[in-house]
Design a protein around this ligand. Structure first.
Ligand SMILES: *[C@@H]1O[C@H](CO)[C@@H](O)[C@H](O)[C@H]1NC(C)=O
Ligand SMILES: *[C@@H]1O[C@H](CO)[C@@H](O)[C@H](O)[C@H]1NC(C)=O
Ligand SMILES: *[C@@H]1O[C@H](CO)[C@@H](O)[C@H](O)[C@H]1NC(C)=O
Ligand SMILES: *[C@@H]1O[C@H](CO)[C@@H](O)[C@H](O)[C@H]1NC(C)=O
Length: 408
């Protein structure tokens, strides 16, 4: 009786489970997550997963994993794989220093109706990762790779190792240690025995505080720029970098003329020859040109930048027509104001400037005054006609009757 009841209970549970799983049942989570550092750059992650028996036929799954920095919460790119391990370079440059965690989940990659992604499982990865270097860069010349950096704690001893990036056993075997270290001021450095352009290289600097792994920033000395005037243009030519012979290079020139904004032009030659260009820039003879010249590697090469830019100037600033007009008006005005002012000053302070010179006008004036006096005397003796007595006119009229009538 109890057996039958148990049987039916089991049957019921099984049916419910199957029905429920056909709605959305999560895949079982991966188990036994583990990791191994094959060297400071390469991490191997492994896990175990038991495939459920009742997956629909043709159901494919894959593992979705990513790394996360648990201090900064920076998350690396999400990767997918079908195998039960994963080998990858994990550089502090990409993931940051501090503690890392890797997490993984099983996802359907097709025909798994009724099944959902599994729970995420995670595992903390321990490696002493801390910021130990700043401003790491390698200066490339045809005969040497000169790498230098600013140590975060200059009192600590360091070791540097490098190899071609990559995860094969051969890459791992190619690791070299720094054997030509140097110190110059605030910077530590080492000359590496590697053609950093031909191979993508990865570097590890390790101190007691921790380690940093990264792809170094590659720089070259700026190419030499020469400027020649040709008609209404300036022709710019330059030397090709003496490293990365098979790389195509992109050149960028920026210039400022007079008080105008900076203008930039890029130039990518089709064929690499010793001399490049010329790159033409329209030339305004009344302006000073300030050039900045930079180069970077093209797409067929690892990224390389010129270390700062080559700076050059050409021409000089001359006055413009507008300025000339202003000058031809303003200067005469100022000059005449000066002349007028000095005349005025001279007149006011004549007594101080020329105290003893008799004033010719005063003499003349005096003479004039004297002349006038004589004139006045003469005027007094002039003939004045005596006024004559004027007789009023009297007309006597005779009337008709002969009576004399007086009419005045
Ligand atoms: C998984 O780990 C457990 C212990 O945590 C161990 O007993 C088991 O054998 C491991 N399984 C595999 C497949 O490694
Ligand atoms: C399973 O999938 C369904 C539908 O796609 C979704 O609503 C549900 O949240 C999922 N469950 C889990 C545990 O991911
Ligand atoms: C190596 O590089 C550093 C920093 O860029 C520089 O100061 C030093 O002069 C370089 N040494 C040589 C030999 O080029
Ligand atoms: C650095 O190395 C030198 C010689 O190898 C050693 O004497 C010194 O104690 C080391 N310094 C530190 C901080 O480990």
């Amino acid at each position: 009786m109890t057996v039958t009841l148990e049987f039916f209970t089991f049957l019921y549970t099984a049916i419910i489970t199957v029905v429920y799983c056909q709605a959305d049942c999560p895949f079982p989570a991966p188990r036994n997550l583990s990791y191994r550092w094959m060297d400071p750059f390469t991490l191997k992650l492994s896990w175990f997963w038991e495939k459920p028996d009742n997956l629909p036929p043709g159901c494919e799954i894959s593992y979705e994993l990513n790394l996360e920095n648990t201090d900064t919460h920076r998350v690396g790119e999400t990767l997918r794989t079908e195998s039960r391990h994963f080998i990858n370079n994990c550089l502090t440059e990409e993931m940051g220093s501090g503690q890392w965690e890797f997490n993984i989940q099983v996802v359907s990659s097709g025909s798994c109706h009724g099944w959902n992604s599994s729970r995420r499982e995670n595992k903390i990865i321990n490696t002493p990762r801390a910021e130990v270097v700043k401003d790491f860069q390698c200066l490339l010349r045809s005969n040497e790779t000169n790498c230098s950096w600013i140590p975060v704690d200059p009192s600590l001893n360091w070791t540097l190792s490098y190899r071609s990036c990559g995860t094969t056993a051969e890459d791992i075997r190619s690791t070299k240690e720094c054997d030509r270290p140097y110190r110059s001021g605030k910077r530590c450095g080492c000359f590496l025995k590697v053609d950093a352009i031909a191979k993508d290289i990865c570097v590890c600097v390790k101190t007691e505080a921790g380690l940093n792994t990264f792809k170094p920033k590659l720089v070259i000395p700026p190419p030499k720029l020469s400027i020649k005037e040709s008609g209404d243009n300036l022709n710019l030519t330059w030397t090709t970098p003496d490293v990365g012979k098979y790389c195509t290079w992109k050149y960028m020139v920026c210039y400022k003329k007079c008080n105008e904004d900076k203008v930039c032009q890029t130039f990518q030659p089709i064929m690499d020859t010793e001399e490049h260009g010329p790159m033409r820039v329209p030339y305004d003879r009344s302006c000073l040109y300030e050039f900045q010249f930079n180069t970077t590697s093209g797409e067929n090469c690892v990224p390389v930048f010129s270390n700062g830019g080559a700076n050059a100037t050409y021409g000089s600033n001359k006055l413009h027509d507008g300025t000339l007009t202003v000058v031809s008006i303003v200067i005469p005005v100022i000059l005449s104001v000066c002349v007028i002012l000095s005349c005025y000053c001279f007149r006011r302070h004549r007594a101080i400037i020329c105290p003893n010179i008799p004033d010719p006008s005063a003499i003349f004036k005096e003479m004039m005054v004297n002349g006038n006096k004589e004139h006045k005397i003469a005027t007094g003796s002039l003939y004045t006609p005596v006024s004559e007595p004027v007789e009023p006119c009297k007309i006597t009229l005779l009337t008709e009757n002969g009576v004399l009538q007086q009419n005045t």
